[in-house]
Design a protein around this ligand. Structure first.
Ligand code: FES
Ligand code: FES
Length: 181
């Protein structure tokens, strides 16, 4: 065999997908086997999407797909075609942290922080569905997420603080809307 022989190349088929990522339309060619977590991190540069176990156990990779918290390591990028994806990078607006992010910060709801964006996104789904959660709701809402540092109490406190804060903001918004009438 000649040493000039080029190494064999493998051409994997790709598929074009168009989706919304944090409110922006994105079109890309992806291999059908490409995971959504890798697509978001590698193609979109969204490193807030963490990859821990890569088999659906830890919840570090949690993002919202059409508003539902999903494990992006168990989801193919092609499955997000035509849908809306929200990652932790999409929460802050104009440099202002989302109330959930502020609450996690204020309650020190993290230790190593690796799992935090997954918890924040799971909290977003939880509070969108149940704005006034009790301890049981929070336990259920965060059951798919594991903090290996076992610092759950501060995380629970942060969720309650975020719920209060978001409730207050809504109340202020309502009062403002009333005043404008
Ligand atoms: S990295 Fe997806 S659940 Fe652990
Ligand atoms: S803060 Fe969650 S794993 Fe460390």
């Amino acid at each position: 065999m000649s040493t000039d022989d080029a190494p064999p190349t493998l051409d994997y088929p790709t598929e074009e997908i168009t989706l919304s990522v944090n409110g922006e339309e994105v079109t890309a060619d992806v291999e059908p086997r490409h995971k959504l977590s890798d697509f978001l991190r590698d193609s979109q540069g969204l490193r807030g999407v963490r990859v821990g176990c890569e088999h659906g156990v830890c919840g570090a990779c949690t993002v919202l797909l059409d508003g539902d918290a999903i494990k992006s390591c168990l989801t193919y990028a092609v499955q997000a075609d035509g849908r809306e994806v929200e990652t932790v990078e999409g929460l802050a607006e104009d440099g202002t942290l989302h109330p959930i992010q502020e609450s996690f910060h204020e309650e020190h709801a993290l230790q190593c922080g690796f799992c935090t964006s997954g918890f924040v996104m799971a909290t977003k789904e939880l509070l969108d569905d149940e704005p006034d959660p009790d301890e049981e709701d929070i336990e259920r809402g965060l059951a798919d997420n594991i903090c290996r540092c076992t610092g759950y109490q501060n995380i629970y406190d942060a969720v309650l603080r975020a719920a209060d804060r978001m409730d207050g903001e809504e109340a202020e918004g309502d009062a403002g809307a009333e005043a404008e009438k």
